[in-house]
Design a protein around this ligand. Structure first.
Ligand code: PLP
Length: 394
């Protein structure tokens, strides 16, 4: 008989986090197995199907042999389409050969940009609450996450003054996310400019996650790349998942400093070689084909935003500001008298409504819940009615 003892796991796994959305989704699925209907608001995923023209492009790509490896940074035609799209939207010149890397999703852009620029002991400033993968990856590389609380009284926008106060000689990177998950807030032009100035003055990289840049209802999105001179120190994280309802295609990209982009392409050779060839061909169609499907989806999200915010505000103990972008409502639930996680479990088990506690996005999310409204008006109506009963009975 051999030795039954197993070797230890890598120490870094103790420092790696995850996304609670998948855990709550799994709990909801367990409840559904007992025959009970659950209303879902936990996943940050468009409920729309990928537009037909994009699916057609993938079918055509498969039929014509796009079933092999591609260049590690991505098919040049796609990089050209991305460069053109970013140039038009953000008013900045992009070199498709040196300043763009295509990856299987936007998440690898977060992972690889941190791996490429941040060393153990470095400090990385980030909003809190925020997408949990930022903190997870910063911890993974043994750097220190430095949280900046997002405050409701500031409409959950990152305050540049708060950032300034946290900069030390160890600060290596500032992470931004606008429009924001989970708060639905969007940075104003002058705030982006002030943050850019801070990054320049203190020689800091900026990772700017703008994956929701086309899902915006108030004002106009202003990119960090649009600030003159910022392309050199910015790594833009973007992709197709949200704008084109393509979460399962695994397609995203980063744009920015050519040296960092080259390092990211090298990391990609080590991790995945490239994004799937036929997904990349579909990406070309997404960017260069008709955009009316995007406009229609955003119009529909706006109707849902209005409906969910109104419904949440009608529940005693809950108040919700109107988010300006992305597809998340982030209501204040302190007056229910329950902690966020406790309320999340209460809603799941008693109302059969799945949503996320604010602390799934960091400690400063306490007192809030996140509802994804990338779901039908019918689901919103039914779910909110169930919550009203479960909360007002508390
Ligand atoms: C802010 C933010 N960045 C990145 C991602 C990841 O996107 P992808 O599915 O393209 O990897 C998400 C997905 O929820 C997100 O909300």
């Amino acid at each position: 008989m051999g030795n039954t003892e197993l070797p230890s796991h890598a120490e870094r796994m103790t420092r790696t986090g995850t996304e609670t959305a998948f855990e709550v989704f799994a709990m909801a699925k367990e409840i559904e197995k007992t025959g009970v209907k659950v209303n879902h608001f936990e996943m940050g995923e468009p409920d729309f199907d990928t537009p037909e023209n994009i699916k057609d492009a993938a079918r055509k790509a498969l039929a014509s042999g796009f079933t092999h490896y591609t260049a590690a940074p991505g098919i040049l035609e796609l990089r050209q389409a991305i460069a053109e799209n970013i140039s038009n939207d953000f008013d900045v010149d992009i070199d498709p050969e040196k300043e763009v890397v295509v990856m299987p999703g936007a998440k690898p852009g977060i992972f690889m940009s941190i791996l490429a620029t941040v060393d153990p002991g470095d400090e990385v400033i980030m909003p809190n609450p925020s997408f949990p993968i930022y903190e997870s990856v910063v911890n993974l590389v043994k750097a220190k996450p430095v949280p900046i609380p997002l405050k409701e009284e500031n409409d959950f926008r990152l305050n540049p003054e708060d950032v300034r106060n946290k900069i030390t000689d160890k600060t290596k990177m500032l992470i931004l996310n606008s429009p924001h998950n989970p708060c639905g807030s969007s940075l104003l032009k002058n705030e982006v400019e002030e943050l850019a100035e801070l990054a320049k003055e203190n020689n800091i990289w900026v990772m700017s996650d703008e994956i929701y840049s086309k899902i915006i209802y108030e004002g106009k999105h202003y990119s960090m790349l649009s600030v003159p001179g910022m392309k050199e120190r910015t790594i833009l994280v973007h992709g197709f998942s949200k704008t084109y309802a393509m979460t399962g295609w695994r397609l995203g990209y980063s744009v920015g400093n050519p040296k960092v982009i080259a390092h990211m392409a090298k990391l990609q050779v080590n991790i995945s070689s490239c994004a799937a060839a036929f997904s990349q061909m579909a990406g070309i169609e997404a960017l260069t084909g008709p955009q009316d499907t995007v406009t229609n989806m955003v119009m529909e999200y706006e109707k849902r935003r209005n409906a969910i915010v109104e419904a949440l505000n009608s529940i005693k103990g809950i108040s919700c500001k109107k988010p300006s972008g992305a597809f998340y409502a982030f209501p204040n639930v302190t007056k229910t008298g329950m902690k966020s996680k406790e309320l999340m479990m209460h809603l799941l088990n008693k109302a059969h409504v799945a949503a996320l506690h604010g602390t799934a996005f960091g400690e400063y999310g306490e007192g809030y819940m996140r509802f994804s409204y990338a779901t039908s008006l019918e689901n919103i109506k039914e779910g909110m009615e169930k919550i009203k009963v479960a909360v007002e009975k508390l």
